[in-house]
Ligand binder design. Structure first.
Ligand SMILES: Nc1nc2c(c(=O)[nH]1)N[C@H]1C(S)=C(S)[C@@H](COP(=O)(O)OP(=O)(O)OC[C@H]3O[C@@H](n4cnc5c(N)ncnc54)[C@H](O)[C@@H]3O)O[C@H]1N2
Ligand code: MOO
Length: 412
């Protein structure tokens, strides 16, 4: 049997490193930036007003007082997007709006609340300091300044900064396309009646959502029955960076994935984990293929252990750590395989997105199995109660209360 660590290394070797691509800003959210964003020009590009009011020459109003207001002739208007092209002369003012270019000759802005309007003129009754309410050219960034460094995972604020700096496109590690295929004659669409011997399909629902939340573009290859040639045809036709199949990977008489792909470039093997033992890995028609067992808990475990890391590697995103936590109750483990147990995490601060609270607070955190019947790989409904997975070394045959296990919240 191959260890989980070795199998992960083999999966990662097949998918290879990320390939940067130029994308529109709108398509860059959550991608890792591959090339620095630099300001395409000075930001702001020109001196502009921070207030709605009047552009003045500070010297003109230096002697203004309530008893002796200064009268300035109103000679024009500068609005955002519509500059006033003249040069402000002595004794003149220009009506100005927030964001509008400050006219040549003006060196301060007086907010309109501090000015009395008169016919064709304004009265200013207090001095204003040089430069007051003027937002200076390049005070945010100079042309060529670094605005967003490569390596940042792009959030909305980074996209706003890039847009403000004049970038219409960004070079990012793009979202990989990951195709998924469910297999089995017994599968029926959830929400439709069950005939005898049938079950509701859940792996495709899981994979679509899991791939989406990993930041991949999911590609649905549908559900095929127990015919190897159908599996092979579907996988060969996939337009994707990676294909994931579920079911039909074991040693039964009707294991169509094994039947269809064993001669097409996929090696079927046993990985020393429970659940998730029978798997396949290879390249079909130039595309890496990961074949997972059909049991739904095994699929969730294998996504956390193998598919998630592969997608993150293709996106240039580091792998979240597994943290030591205490077992709060004893449980049994299978001999000779690393156990990957769905667990409820207690005593750790938990974020709504399920990604916080594992780090610093792990000292007081503990776990108990979410599936009271053990880590049965068919207990799909009980998986909903779990917060994450605990890994127990292959040599252990029991976990005792107080033992330390490696835990990670679900990443999908
Ligand atoms: N003689 C042996 N039998 C089995 C072994 C073994 O070593 N020797 N390994 C067992 C283990 S462990 C697993 S895991 C399963 C894996 O079998 P397959 O990969 O061939 O998966 P299937 O038989 O197709 O399905 C297993 C189980 O999951 C249900 N399933 C399948 N697809 C879906 C789906 N899309 N949605 C919901 N449920 C699904 C399926 O009905 C089965 O109940 O093999 C053991 N057997
Ligand atoms: O490897 Mo299986 O998922 O234990 O039933």
């Amino acid at each position: 049997m191959r260890s989980a660590a070795e199998h992960l290394a083999q999966v990662l070797a097949l998918v290879g490193p990320p390939v940067p691509r130029r994308v529109a800003l709108a398509d860059a959210l959550d991608a890792v930036l591959a090339v620095d964003v630099r300001a395409a020009g000075d930001l702001p590009p020109f001196d502009n007003s921070a207030m709605d009011g009047y552009a003045v020459r500070a010297a003109d109003v230096a002697e203004a007082s309530e008893g002796a207001p200064v009268r300035l002739a109103l000679v024009g208007e500068s609005a955002a997007g519509h500059p006033w092209d003249g040069v402000l002369g002595a004794g003149e003012t220009v009506r100005i709006m927030t964001g509008a270019p400050v006219p040549a000759g003006a060196d301060a802005v007086v907010p309109q609340e501090l000015v009395a309007a008169a016919a064709g003129a304004v009265l200013v009754d207090a001095p204003t300091p040089l430069g007051r309410h003027i937002r200076r050219r390049a005070e945010d960034a100079r042309a060529g300044d670094l605005v967003v460094p490569a390596g940042v995972r792009l959030r909305p604020r980074h996209l706003a900064a890039a847009a403000a700096a004049g970038s219409g496109e960004l070079v990012v590690m793009p979202a990989p396309r990951v195709a998924y295929l469910a297999t089995g004659d017994e599968l029926v669409r959830p929400g439709t009646p069950l005939a005898p011997g049938r079950i509701w399909e859940s792996n495709a629902t899981y994979l679509e959502a899991a791939l989406r939340s990993l930041g991949a573009v999911p590609v649905d290859l549908g559900t095929v029955g127990d015919r190897g040639e159908d599996v092979r045809a579907a996988v060969e036709a996939a337009d994707a960076d990676l294909v994931v199949t579920t079911g039909g990977a074991s040693v039964g008489d009707h294991d169509p994935v094994k039947e269809g792909l064993a001669g097409a470039g996929v090696e079927f093997l046993r990985v020393a984990i429970q659940p998730g033992k029978p798997q396949g890995l290879g390249v079909v028609a130039g595309t890496p293929v990961v074949c997972l067992p059909g049991n739904p808990v095994a699929v969730a475990v294998c996504v956390e252990l193998f598919v998630g890391p592969a997608v993150r590697a293709m996106r240039g995103i580091p792998e979240p750590e597994w943290e030591p936590m205490r077992a709060l109750e004893p449980w049994r483990c299978p001999p000779g395989r690393e156990q990957v147990m769905p667990v409820v995490i207690e005593g750790a601060a938990s974020g709504e997105d399920g990604r916080q609270g594992v780090g610093g607070s792990s000292g007081s955190a503990g776990v108990r199995p979410a599936t009271s019947g053990g880590s049965g790989s068919h207990l799909a409904a009980r998986l909903a109660a779990a917060d994450g997975l605990a890994r127990v070394r292959a040599e252990a045959d029991t976990v005792e209360a107080g033992d330390i296990v490696a835990v990670r919240r679900f990443t999908v």
